[in-house]
Design a protein around this ligand. Structure first.
Ligand SMILES: [Zn+2]
Length: 100
C-alpha cells in the first residue's frame, strides 16, 4: 500500500456551495530519507521536488475534470488519457512508492 501524498476533495459549505480542494501531505512530500528513486505516477523521482510535481499534476487532472463538469472526475478513461498525454504518467496513483 502506498502512502497517500495528495488528495482531491470537494466539500459543501454551510450555504450548500461546493468547493474543490487539493490536499497535500507536506510531511510526506518533504521527506528526503526515502530510498531513491521513488515511483510516483509510474515515473521515477529522484528528489522531493519532482515527487511534489507529479502528485500535483495528478490532482490537477481531477480538478480539471471537475471544472469541466465531467460526471466522473475520478480515474476515468479521460483522466488516464490526460495523465498519459499531458504529463507522461505511466500509472494512476495518489501515493509514493508502489501501489497495488
Ligand atoms: Zn487520483
Amino acid at each position: 500500500m502506498a502512502r497517500c501524498a495528495g488528495l482531491f476533495v470537494i466539500e459543501k459549505d454551510s450555504r450548500g456551495k461546493w468547493h474543490p480542494e487539493i490536499r497535500l501531505s507536506i510531511p510526506l512530500l518533504r521527506r528526503r530519507d526515502w530510498p531513491w528513486p521513488q515511483q510516483v505516477c509510474g515515473m521515477h523521482c529522484h528528489d522531493p521536488e519532482s515527487i511534489q510535481q507529479r502528485i500535483l499534476e495528478h490532482e490537477l487532472i481531477h480538478y480539471k475534470l471537475w471544472m469541466d463538469r465531467e460526471k466522473d472526475w475520478g480515474h476515468s478513461e479521460r483522466f488516464r488519457q490526460l495523465a498519459r498525454d499531458v504529463f507522461g504518467h505511466q500509472s494512476i496513483t495518489h501515493g509514493i512508492g508502489h501501489e497495488e
